[in-house]
Structures are given as structure tokens and as C-alpha cells.
Design a protein around this ligand. Structure first.
Ligand code: HEC
Length: 161
């Protein structure tokens, strides 16, 4: 596997992770909300997802210093779908920042009655995976987005040598 490409995509993933942390800190109030920084972070994720992400994982894209698994070639459609899903959520977060230039509005936040990924009936993973993100609070979109990271990593990433 050619190392510059691996280094490049690992750097992209680090940028995505850094951006996700920025958004997380704003929702959890570890950092003041700033719509430009929020949007910038969402845009960083958007630009590194979808087609851009997939193009960094050509066929045979595993081994060596890479943590990518051979499963990417075997389940390419699923890999592409997850990458596109990530892009959709990131675009939605970017739009939410446009609509809230001054403060984190109440309708961006999840009420206490919408626990992360679950309900009173217990956890039902993927429950909202296909729901329209434009109808959800941005914080909920963000949590679903993190499920995309976890789903993709569970199947397509392993510990590199
Ligand atoms: C479509 C699949 C996919 C999605 C979605 C995805 N990742 Fe990854 N991620 C990977 C793969 C594959 C690797 C291993 C890349 C390699 O080492 O070649 C990786 C590696 C990483 C790494 C390690 C980078 C390094 O330095 O080696 C981090 C951090 C990371 N991802 C964070 C995230 C975060 C945060 C999200 C969600 C916001 C996310 N990823 C979404 C597939 C994905």
C-alpha cells in the first residue's frame, strides 16, 4: 500500500476527529458556541467525507501502516454509503450553524426526553438512521453522525501493525 496516500487519509481522519471534538465541546458547553467555528468544523467533516473519503481508499487499500481492512473491497457499497451518510449529516450541521448565527438555539439541542440512541423501551440502534436529518435537532444529527464513525470503524478499521 502506498504510504503517502495512507498518511494523507489518516491526516484527513484526524482533521475529521478534531472537528467533531469542536462541535462536541460546543454542545456540551466546554466551549462557547461560535457559529463560524461550528460551521467551519462541520465543513471540515463535509469536505473530507463522501467522494473525497472514498477516493482515498482505492481497491487494495490496506496493509502496512494502514488500519484499513480488506473488507473495504468486499463491501464497497456499504463503505460508500457510510461515507455519503457522513457527508449528509455534516452538511446538515453546517446548515444548522447558518440558521443560528448568534447562539445555540433550543431547537438545536436534544430535549432530555430524547436520550442518545435509545428510548424508554431500550436501545434500538439505527432507529433514526434513515430519518430526514433536516427535521432533527442538530445535536441529534451530531450523535447519529458519530454512529457513522463507529459503524465504519467497526467493520472497516482495525489496529494497524
Ligand atoms: C466510511 C468509513 C469511515 C467513516 C464514516 C469514518 N471513518 Fe475514521 N477511519 C476509517 C478508516 C478505514 C480508517 C483507517 C485508515 C488507515 O489507517 O488507512 C480510519 C481512521 C480514523 C482515525 C485514525 C487516524 C490515524 O491517525 O491513523 C481517526 C481518529 C478517525 N478515523 C476518526 C473518525 C471520526 C471522528 C469519524 C466520524 C466523524 C470517522 N472517523 C468516520 C473509516 C471511516
Amino acid at each position: 500500500m502506498d504510504d503517502p496516500l495512507v498518511a494523507e487519509r489518516q491526516a484527513s481522519m484526524k482533521a475529521i476527529a478534531e472537528a467533531a471534538r469542536t462541535i462536541d465541546w460546543m454542545f456540551s458547553r466546554r466551549r462557547d458556541y461560535d457559529s463560524r467555528a461550528f460551521k467551519g468544523a462541520a465543513e471540515t467533516i463535509r469536505q473530507h467525507s463522501g467522494e473525497a473519503l472514498v477516493s482515498q481508499f482505492p481497491l487494495g487499500s490496506f496493509g502496512g501502516h494502514s488500519g484499513a481492512t480488506a473488507e473495504i473491497d468486499r463491501s464497497r457499497e456499504e463503505f460508500v454509503a457510510l461515507s455519503n451518510h457522513l457527508e449528509t449529516f455534516a452538511a446538515e450541521l453546517s446548515r444548522a450553524a447558518d440558521e443560528a448565527p448568534d447562539r445555540l438555539t433550543d431547537d438545536m439541542k436534544m430535549g432530555d426526553h430524547v436520550p442518545l440512541g435509545g428510548s424508554l423501551l431500550g436501545r434500538r440502534p439505527g432507529r433514526d438512521a434513515d430519518a430526514d436529518p433536516s427535521t432533527m435537532p442538530a445535536e441529534h444529527v451530531f450523535h447519529l453522525m458519530l454512529e457513522d464513525c463507529a459503524s465504519c470503524h467497526a467493520k472497516f478499521r482495525e489496529k494497524a501493525e
